[in-house]
Each structure stands twice: as C-alpha cells, then as structure tokens.
Design a protein around this ligand. Structure first.
Ligand SMILES: NC(=O)c1ccc[n+]([C@@H]2O[C@H](COP(=O)([O-])OP(=O)(O)OC[C@H]3O[C@@H](n4cnc5c(N)ncnc54)[C@H](OP(=O)(O)O)[C@@H]3O)[C@@H](O)[C@H]2O)c1
Length: 288
C-alpha cells in the first residue's frame, strides 16, 4: 500500500494484516511517487500481487495555489507507480474521490458517470484516474468520500473537538455527501480486492447529509447541544477550492458485489464519536 501512514492507511494496513494479508506499508520515506526510479526499484523488489494506491496530494484548498504539485503527485506519481506494477503483473487499486464530479447530479452518481472535476485537487485526481486506466496494468478505481477515522485530520474529529469544548460552529449546509469511516473503506476495499473486482467502483456509507447535518449529529453523539451548530452557505465559508454541491455516490453495485449492505453514515459517525471505534461491515471479524 502507498500512503500507508495517512488517514486511510492507518486503519487499512493493520486490518488487512489481521485478516491474513502480507501487507507492505509504503510511506513517502520509502519512496516519493514523483521519483520514477525509486518507485520502480521498490515495487519491482517487492513483487506485489496488488498495490492499494492511496498516496496522494490531498490538501484540497492549498492545491489551488500549487496545482502543479498536486498534478505531479496525483497524475504523474500514479503513472510512475503503475508502470512497474504492469511489469510485475500487479493490480493497482487506486483510491479516488467524489470530487471528480461537479456536483450537478440530482441522484446518487453511478461509477460510469462522466468526470467533471471543479478544482485543482479534483482535476489532479481525475487525471490520476486516467493515468491508472491507461497504464496497461490491471486496475480498479474505487471512489469514496468524506473519510473519517483515527489516522489523521478529518471533519468528524474537528467537530468532535469543538463539541467537547462547547464551542459554536458555522458549517456549510449546501454540500451533500456521506461521511465514510476508514473501517468501512478498508473492509470494502478488502472485499473488492479479494473478489478480483476491476474497473470503476463507488464505496461510501449509505444515506446522504450536508456537512451541517453531519456536524449536528456529531454534537448529539458527543452529548453536546446541537443548536451550537448553525448553517452557512459554501459562498459564506469562503474556501479557496470549489467543491461539488451534491456528490452522493451510487454504491449499489458495490454492495451487491460485496454481498453486504453498506451501513448508514450515522451508524459509524455515532459509534466513532461515542466509543472511538467503528463497527465492521460484515466482511471481516468484528474485532479485527
Ligand atoms: N480523506 C478523504 O476524505 C478522501 C475522500 C475521497 C478520497 N480520498 C482519497 O483516499 C486516498 C487516501 O486519503 P487519506 O485521507 O488517507 O489522505 P492522507 O491522510 O493525506 O494520506 C495520503 C498519504 O500520501 C502520502 N503522500 C503524499 N505525497 C506523496 C508522494 N509524493 N509520495 C509518496 N507518498 C505521498 C502522504 O504522506 P505525507 O503525509 O508524509 O505527505 C500521506 O501519508 C487519497 O488518494 C485521497 O485522494 C480521500
């Protein structure tokens, strides 16, 4: 796995190891994916069967002022990784994002919908997808969204901290998606990989909510007063990067392939805020 010390990797690597996989967790200290030679050397020496490719430039707002850096990591770095994977016959499972869509959809977005990225990060991830799909290695592109968990900064943790400190928050009410736990994502990726899934897949929690609704749910789960959270618009929030207004992913095919229903977002958000852990989704042992 690339990006092994990031938000997703922190949950995925130990979970997959407990499930019996022989996982090598690569971080930027092992190789920078912009360095094609170092990437090739390391991948060829490891001879993996599958590479979960989660390493990415993920600073959505900062990318607006350094789009070339985002593109070098997310497009060119992905191409650098795929070339040696093709040569050793490894499948690349590329973790991608709902931000490749423009938010104009009126219903959950199917995996074969056309990409229409709005910002610099989104464009670089969309180009990363193209690079993976054109690379000649076996590939799987799994898009997720609004990820939270114990491995790095994320919205649910930020709001939980505000709830515990009794602070009030203004949160955007005109972007709709589904917060997805690193546990759900790691377990779903396991299921798709074990089943040899290829092509495009969507993997996120069930249901839909605005960031504002999620923040209120976090406050409620933390036994704080939800009325401390008030709504604002994306324009009022004044972030550098544009974001999709509606990016709920249609995960029906994924759920069918996995043979389990994907849990509603509130289930994992509530468990995470209350207990600090996220339940499994039925593909791996609950205590894994
Ligand atoms: N978080 C979300 O809400 C979300 C939603 C949808 C999709 N995704 C996708 O899911 C994947 C994992 O996201 P995440 O939330 O776990 O992100 P993250 O916490 O930012 O982790 C990304 C990892 O990639 C590493 N990295 C960055 N540049 C690199 C480079 N040039 N060479 C090698 N490694 C590099 C980072 O290392 P450093 O920290 O040392 O830079 C970090 O460990 C990403 O591809 C992201 O686009 C995330």
């Amino acid at each position: 796995m690339t990006g092994a010390d990031g938000l997703l990797g922190t949950t995925l690597v130990p979970l997959w190891r407990k499930a019996g996989a022989d996982v090598i967790g690569w971080t930027i200290a092992d190789f920078d994916i912009r360095d094609a030679d170092a990437t090739r050397r390391t991948v060829v020496a490891a001879r993996p069967e599958v590479v979960v490719h989660a390493a990415a430039y993920t600073a959505v707002d900062r990318a607006e002022s350094e789009p070339d850096v985002a593109m070098a990591v997310n497009r060119d770095g992905s191409a650098n990784l795929c070339r040696p994977c093709r040569d050793v016959g490894a499948r690349v499972v590329y973790v991608s994002t709902d931000y490749v869509f423009d938010g104009a959809a009126l219903a959950p977005i199917p995996p074969d919908a056309a990409r229409a990225p709005l910002g610099a990060y989104a464009r670089s991830k969309a180009e990363g997808e193209r690079a993976v799909a054109a690379s000649g290695c076996p590939w799987t592109i799994v898009r997720s969204q609004w990820v939270f968990g114990p491995g790095g900064p994320n919205f649910v943790d930020t709001v939980r901290r505000a709830a515990r400190e009794g602070r009030s928050l203004r949160v955007v009410d005109d972007q709709v998606g589904a917060p997805t736990s690193t546990r759900l994502l790691s377990e779903g990726l396991w299921g798709l990989t074990r089943r040899g899934a290829s092509g495009y897949w969507h993997l996120a929690a069930a249901g839909a909510a605005s960031w504002f609704q999620v923040a209120r749910a976090v406050f409620a789960a933390a036994d704080a007063d939800p009325s401390l959270v008030t709504p604002c618009s994306t324009a009022q929030a004044g972030r550098a990067a544009p974001r999709p207004a509606y990016s709920v992913l249609d995960c029906g095919a994924t759920s069918t392939a996995l043979g389990v229903p994907l849990p509603p977002w509130a289930e994992h958000v509530t468990a995470y805020v209350r207990l600090g852990r996220m339940p499994g989704i039925g593909l791996l042992a609950e205590d894994a």
